[in-house]
Design a protein around this ligand. Structure first.
Ligand SMILES: Cc1cc2nc3c(=O)[nH]c(=O)nc-3n(C[C@H](O)[C@H](O)[C@H](O)COP(=O)(O)O)c2cc1C
Length: 199
């Protein structure tokens, strides 16, 4: 049984294109693989905290010496990381906000890029510790950026995913959504059509 982890990061529940794509991905996946487990973590509903001194302290302090606050901070961070470790397929649904990914999704990465758990440093450089996983990234953008120098989403996400060992990454961009009603339809329909190639 394959385990799929879906990370939602649109701040809106209604009218969200990235959510529409992820919902269609889930429907496609369930239809093709009915026995698989799909876990959805919605970062707009359950926002994860920014890194703070308690979490960094918890990461670096032996368990028996941790403060209560460090243990609490570590518990959520461990849960997020365990969800990623358990997944075979990671689906990131990501709007473009101010040329980048939502800060909620960045905060999630700050938890799961964990030294000695999802990556480690070696004499020859950093090494990702996740193996055998693939990722699908579903973006929604008001303008058009794919392949251009102003696309700060895809290169960043490829880098952080590769850093933890996820190299098999597919991107589907719904673009031009805010340009005109026609562009919206075109951007959405192209992305929906591409979904059949990844699920
Ligand atoms: C706060 C905010 C910032 C945005 N910044 C950008 C941007 O930099 N570039 C862009 O093309 N679209 C931008 N947009 C438009 C969104 O990417 C677009 O509406 C997208 O559909 C949002 O994803 P969603 O439909 O899943 O909510 C922004 C929207 C919001 C709400």
């Amino acid at each position: 049984m394959t385990k799929v982890l879906v990370i939602e990061s649109s701040a809106r529940q209604q009218g969200s294109v990235s959510r529409q794509l992820s919902q269609q991905f889930i429907a496609n996946w369930q239809s093709a693989h009915p026995a698989d487990a799909i876990h959805v973590r919605d970062l707009a509903v359950d926002q994860v905290p920014h890194l703070d001194a308690n979490l960094l302290g918890g990461w670096m302090t032996p368990a028996e010496q941790q403060s209560d606050a460090e243990r609490v901070a570590l518990a959520l961070s461990n849960q997020l990381t365990d969800e990623l470790l358990a997944a075979d397929v990671l689906v990131l649904a990501a709007p473009m906000y101010n040329f980048a990914i939502p800060s909620t999704l960045k905060a999630w990465f700050d938890h799961v890029l964990r030294a000695c758990v999802t990556f480690k440093y070696t004499e020859s450089g950093p090494q990702g510790l996740l193996s055998g996983k693939r990722a699908v990234v579903l973006t929604a953008r008001g303008g058009i950026y794919a392949g251009g120098a102003q696309d700060h989403q895809e290169p960043y996400l490829r880098q952080v995913l590769a850093f933890i060992g996820i190299h098999d990454v597919s991107f589907i961009h719904a673009e031009g959504l805010n340009l005109s009603p026609e562009a919206y339809e075109q951007g959405l329909n192209q992305a929906l059509a591409q979904l059949t190639t990844v699920a």
